[in-house]
Design a protein around this ligand. Structure first.
Ligand code: ZN
Length: 168
């Protein structure tokens, strides 16, 4: 199966961490910490991305322009992800559709023969290694994805809990 086509998003300067998470889940994510409101709104108009922002004023401006916008309510990454999941986003537990969290390019599976700089302990412990096609950053399943899986499971648990409460 090929990669599924997903929504693309623009994150404001406050949401760098969330931007990395969304890339890891395969979302085309535009993020530049130095851009102002006007540039972000322009970006959303040109690329038809959904704007994610912590800024009420920016949300208001986006709505005036009839853009898709989600006002992110929390500063914490878990609650931010939870809010997005409730809005129909999908946070992936597996790296198969991930984009590079640093630059947003595609990553591909590689092996230790191709990489000379990988620390020895990683070679021994981990099975799958991924490399970014553009910036060359290396990821491996063990460290990165174990934490991600734990986080996502925690989010799923919270989500189930809140649904339970609502229906009772
Ligand atoms: Zn990259």
């Amino acid at each position: 199966m090929g990669k599924t086509i997903r929504k693309s998003v623009t994150c404001d300067a406050m949401l760098g961490k969330l931007a990395r998470w969304l890339r890891l889940s395969g979302y085309q994510t535009y993020y530049n910490s130095r851009e102002d409101d006007t540039a972000l709104l322009d970006m959303c108009i040109r690329s038809k991305t959904i704007l994610l922002t912590r800024d009420r004023e920016l949300e208001r401006k986006a709505r005036k322009l009839s853009l898709d916008v989600i006002l992110i309510k929390s500063n914490g990454i878990e609650n931010q992800l939870l809010q997005l999941v409730r809005n129909g986003f999908e946070i992936k537990k597996e790296p198969s559709e991930a984009l590079c969290p640093i630059c947003g390019s595609e990553v591909r599976e590689t092996d230790e023969k191709e990489i000379s700089s990988l620390p020895q302990k990683i070679r021994l412990v981990d099975k799958k290694i991924y490399i970014c096609s553009k910036c060359g950053k290396i990821y491996w399943e063990g460290s990165h994805w174990k934490k991600i899986r734990e986080r996502v499971e925690k989010i799923e648990y919270k989500l189930q809990n809140s649904r339970g409460k609502r229906s009772s």
